[in-house]
Design a protein around this ligand. Sequence first.
Ligand code: CP
Ligand code: NVA
Length: 310
Amino acid sequence: MRHFLDIDDLAPEDVRAILDEAHARKAARQGWPKGRVDRDAPLSGHVLAAIFEKNSTRTRVSFDAAMRQLGGATLTMDAATSQLGRGESIADTARVLSRMVDVIALRAHSHQSLVELAHYASVPVINALTDFSHPCQILADLMTLEEAGIMLKGARIAWSGDGNNVLTSFIHAAGKLGFEVAAACPAGFQPNPAVVDKGRAAGAVVHLYDDPAQAVAGADCVVTDTWVSMGDTNVGERMQALGPYQVNEDLMAKANSGAIFLHCLPAHRGEEVTDAVMDGPQSRIFDEAENRIHAQKAVLTWCLGQGTHA
Ligand code: CP
Ligand code: NVA
């Protein structure tokens, strides 16, 4: 069975195949109404249960749109109004849902909940974000880079800000596709050292800096994310430490001239990124958001063995 928990669990050829599937499905439905089903309707008759323990706009809508376009259906649930919110175990929830749906996506506070769900489920489980990682997001980001004409192999992707779950998934993907990650994060907000060590041991090139200018030098892409992720509590400390890591026009000017800007969104304009960068000529943030649908379709078909590329 194919779960999609983290990009570092996948073979490089599977990551490549998922990206190819996403590009192909996007190209095949240019200009169509968003709810029209793809010609091959590969997930006809299939149902996804998407469970959210935390807020979501893009992930929630893109999973639903993705399943409709694949010919299937989605049940969107949240922990608060299901029995999970009253203490039913993840293990029992996994076993029950596996009798009712064909695939499950979970956005969880704790990555351990996702691992447990996958352990007890008898259908594929997809990571819709945890405190540890956000692999669906990174597939959309990599698609967006390729659409901008940036070849992933040998590319330099700079990160300035909090060393969070989104950065973890970039590091997971780096070794699979041959791009380098250059991350500038303040002391105390560096990326997870176990992720960096494991990534490097698997061949990923990961550079860590204190200074954002060093990270963006020679970069093909500059990425950042909120300074306060869902579940973070030390807001004052974060705002103070991360202030110098803001992505603004001065920082973008230090990257390669053709560099693009990405942000998974939601953004806190004026904090981790300025309006001028968000709305500027190098920004690809709304292509990136749209690509969540196309990337998720590729993940769903891959998990269910219905992809045309893998
Ligand atoms: N980027 C992302 O995952 O957005 P949502 O939190 O809105 O799903
Ligand atoms: N790092 C952010 C990403 C939101 C899509 C969070 O976990 O809240």
